[in-house]
Design a protein around this ligand. Structure first.
Ligand code: MN
Length: 503
């Protein structure tokens, strides 16, 4: 199982100035330590916040920003101007900072001590204007940043900080993400293609191709004993159909997917890859399209995209990293077919085989059925329905020169009737605000047909992630109407055009 490394840290930088004297600065230090303590005690905050000594001069500010940037464990910085920290002192530091930045606009006391309020208290608790000075220089520097205002005792505040931290985890994941593509993209398909060098420059992801023959050879090398052990694990975890069980007519097909899983996982571990793609048009001597094997690897945390779709694969891995430990799950998905009525319109999402079982709480059925596409033996796959939940679908597109993320809030629902003859895993959802507005907006936005469906991801985290990179995020929600969505696309187009010419 791929796990978030728990050595990651967020550094907490408190700004002040030497004007106030040692006594006040030691109060500033102890009060900012107590804010950090409260953050570390909050359930929503998934990694450790490290308090750093109070900053009072440009040299120390620049030094800590360079340290934060170069320390591989530090994946983000939170700033708070407890008192007044003249912001020209921060220019060199903020300019050198290359990790995600959250400006937490807060103060140590929630309530004003109305009766005892005196000038000493006023001089100690100046964030209300100190942070505005700080915000001004961040605006002047155009620093990509998140601003959160509120008191640390408010669960909404710590939840939002937690969402931003998860975006920083996604940013760090992308910086280190290596993706293996077996073969190229599906021939003639536009949206799954893109500029891999731009993706690395913009997002950090490294996308590298391998011949399918390397995987075919690795499958042939898998030992029979390892296959037997993995098949036993399948029988515990899934309702395996009789024909696939030992002694069944198709048992060897199940063993073949087990060999595929073992070979694929070893290839990914050996190469340090956390995401991959396959393409049914390029399977070499593989006997089956990887189905069960891919579903299992997605459940272990790997990103995957079908038909060579490396952008959706990388996005899935990033979303899995950002949502680790949260309820629900995330899967590769495709808008497959519609229910326009009767009743409320819905989307049925699925793929040829490759849907991740983290989006269901059912015990998946493990079955074998024919697949017309690919021209190979019948592939073994897991079959289930996604569990009803709030969720979203997310697409990542290369527009030629820049990237765009589109997301849509959805409600995963029970299918209206049993899908008795559907031989693949699927999800049925109601897109917000309606199927027509959602689909029209998505299509105006050039959104992909492949997506990541997540029942774990908070859209604020996705938005924070896009803002860290200053890439476009179009969000289709309960409030969306098609006309203003089209306008937003036009205005954003001008903004990003101007941004690219100013570089
Ligand atoms: Mn597809």
């Amino acid at each position: 199982m791929l796990k978030m490394q728990n050595q990651f840290e967020i550094w907490f930088l408190t700004g002040s100035q030497s004007l106030y004297g040692e006594e006040v600065l030691s109060q500033v230090a102890s009060q900012s330590q107590s804010v950090v303590q409260s953050m570390n005690d909050a359930d929503d905050i998934s990694i450790k916040i490290i308090w750093k000594p109070v900053l009072t001069n440009p040299e120390d500010i620049k030094k800590i920003c360079i340290e934060a940037t170069s320390n591989p464990n530090c994946i983000g910085v939170i700033t708070w101007m407890h008192t007044f920290s003249p912001a020209k002192m921060w220019i060199a530091g903020l300019s050198a900072l290359q990790v995600p930045l959250l400006h937490f606009h807060t103060q140590v006391n929630a309530e004003l001590p109305w009766e005892s309020l005196d000038m000493d208290f006023m001089n100690l608790n100046q964030a209300a204007h100190g942070d505005r000075e700080h915000g001004h220089i961040q605006a002047r520097l155009n620093s990509p940043r998140k601003v959160i205002a509120g008191h640390v005792s408010d669960p909404k505040v710590t939840s939002r900080i937690g969402n931003w931290i998860r975006a920083a985890i996604g940013w760090n994941e992308a910086q280190n993400l290596k993706l293996a593509r077996f073969g190229d993209n599906m021939r003639y398909v536009a949206v799954t293609d893109g500029d891999k060098t731009s993706a690395q420059i913009t997002l950090g992801i490294s996308v590298e191709a391998y011949g399918i023959n390397e995987l075919c050879a690795a499958v042939d090398r898998v030992l029979e004993d390892s296959i037997t052990a993995l098949v036993a694990e399948y029988e515990e975890l899934f309702s395996v159909s009789t024909e696939l069980k030992k002694g069944g007519a198709k048992h060897d097909s199940l063993r073949y997917q087990a060999a595929l899983e073992i070979a694929l996982e070893k290839f990914l571990i050996d190469g340090g890859f956390t995401a991959f793609t396959t393409n049914f048009e390029d399977l070499g001597t593989l006997k089956q399209l990887p189905g069960l094997a891919v579903q299992r690897l997605m459940a272990k945390g790997y990103g995957f995209g079908g038909e060579g779709d490396w952008k959706t694969s990388a996005l899935l891995r990033i979303i899995k990293s950002m949502t680790e430990g949260l309820p629900g799950g995330s899967s590769f998905m495709e808008d497959y077919t519609y229910h326009f009525g009767p009743g409320e319109p819905k989307v049925l999402g699925a793929h040829m085989l490759e849907v991740c079982p983290t989006i269901t709480d059912q015990k998946p059925k493990c079955e074998i059925h024919p697949l017309g596409i690919g021209g190979k033996d019948d592939p073994v796959r897991l079959v289930f329905n996604a569990t009803p939940s709030h969720g979203c679908v997310v697409g990542l597109m290369d527009l030629g020169g820049r990237f765009r993320i589109i997301s849509n809030d959805i409600e995963v629902v029970k299918p209206d009737r049993d899908l008795k003859k559907l031989p693949v895993a699927s999800a049925v959802w109601k897109p917000k605000p309606s199927l027509s507005t959602s689909a029209e907006s998505w299509i105006y936005g050039g959104g992909s047909h492949h997506t990541v469906l997540s029942t774990s991801l908070d859209v604020e985290t996705l938005n924070d992630f896009a803002n860290i990179y200053n890439i476009e995020h179009l969000h289709i929600s309960e409030k969306t109407n098609t006309q203003s969505f089209q306008d937003q696309i036009k205005w954003n187009g001008i903004y990003f055009k101007l941004l690219s010419t100013s570089q």
